[in-house]
Design a protein around this ligand. Structure first.
Ligand code: C2E
Ligand code: MG
Ligand code: MG
Ligand code: MG
Length: 285
């Protein structure tokens, strides 16, 4: 091991590759500890209806704050956890925690909010995954159909044929499937033809590029195509009024992004949800 010289700096390795490996192994060690001590937290980001701007669902996003390193973004540690296998334990925790939190909200009268969790390819390839997810949902007592999963395009494309059977089974149990980061995974049109999904989430890179003519032609076409195939469409990474205007004009169903809300801790989201629920109740009498 390298000698520690300060907050997260390891001077022993001058070569950048070994330094990177060293950083990885330190994070890996920390990750084991974090798993054992349940040092993760779920944050929740609202997904709003594009015409009413009301919150329709939330995406659960894992957060990890380390005492020494501070915030370690999921983009950094999830890929590592997928390599070292810890994703199985972390993924199980995410499922349990999401069900637990959703049950709390439903018990407080917030009944019309859906909650999405991200599921990695490694989890989905476990033959017991679907059964365990369904069991967790059933045992937690949440309203059937209120928890759904997000899978990336590459997860589905690179998956075995059995994945399609799994996805159909999940859907038959009321667990909807969203295709995450759509447009980044080189999926062919023939794939889309048979895709057992319910929601298509257009990747942020396309939203960031609104204003670019070719980009917008593709965006419009994707929305039309997704609707024709029976999918709801979510735009990820909506940050500006210009994005909003274009997406509303093109009939995108749902919007997610900093313009509406950043991912927030459960308590903060609870306050927002209770306020919306009350407002809705007073409207309908
Ligand atoms: P994702 O599933 O595509 O999640 C959306 C990411 O975009 C989140 O980053 C979110 O904070 C960010 N985002 C949302 N709106 C905006 C915006 O307007 N602008 C910008 N610049 N970013 C926005 P986050 O939370 O850092 O998560 C990154 C990725 O890590 C996720 O991408 C997902 O692939 C993975 N991840 C997060 N939580 C989990 C988890 O519980 N399990 C698994 N397997 N993966 C997870
Ligand atoms: Mg996602
Ligand atoms: Mg995404
Ligand atoms: Mg992503």
């Amino acid at each position: 091991h390298a000698k520690k010289t300060g907050k997260g700096s390891y001077q022993h390795f001058s070569d950048s590759l070994s330094r990177q490996n060293e950083e990885f192994s330190v994070i890996e060690q920390k990750m084991h500890e974090a798993v054992e001590n349940e040092r993760f937290e779920l944050y929740f980001q609202p997904i709003v209806d594009s015409s009413t701007h009301r919150i329709v669902s939330l995406e659960a996003l894992i957060r990890w704050y380390d005492d020494e390193f501070g915030f370690i973004p999921p983009d950094k540690f999830i890929p590592l956890a997928e390599k070292n296998g810890l994703i199985m334990v972390i993924g199980d925790w995410v499922i349990r925690e999401a069900c637990r939190q959703l049950k709390i909200w439903q018990d407080r009268g917030i009944l019309d909010i859906q909650l999405a969790i991200n599921v990695s390819a490694i989890q989905l390839n476990n033959p017991k995954f679907a059964q365990q997810l369904y069991q967790c949902i059933t045992e937690s007592g949440i309203i059937p159909g209120t928890l759904y999963i997000e899978l990336t395009e590459t997860t589905i494309i690179n998956g075995e044929q059995e994945i399609f059977v799994t996805l159909e089974w999940l859907r038959s149990k009321g667990i909807r499937i969203a295709l995450d980061d759509f447009g980044t995974g080189y999926s062919s049109l023939s794939y889309l033809r048979n895709l057992p999904i319910d929601i298509l989430k257009i990747d942020q890179s396309f939203i960031r590029d609104i204003n670019n003519k070719n980009n917008n032609v593709i965006l419009s076409a994707v929305i039309v195509m997704a609707h024709a195939l029976g999918f709801k469409v979510v735009a990820e990474g909506v940050e500006e009024r210009g994005h909003l205007a274009f997406l509303v004009k093109e009939g995108c169903d749902l919007l997610q992004g900093y313009m509406f809300s950043r991912p927030q801790a459960a308590d903060d989201i609870t306050r927002i949800l209770l306020k919306e629920t009350k407002e809705e109740a007073s409207k309908t009498g």
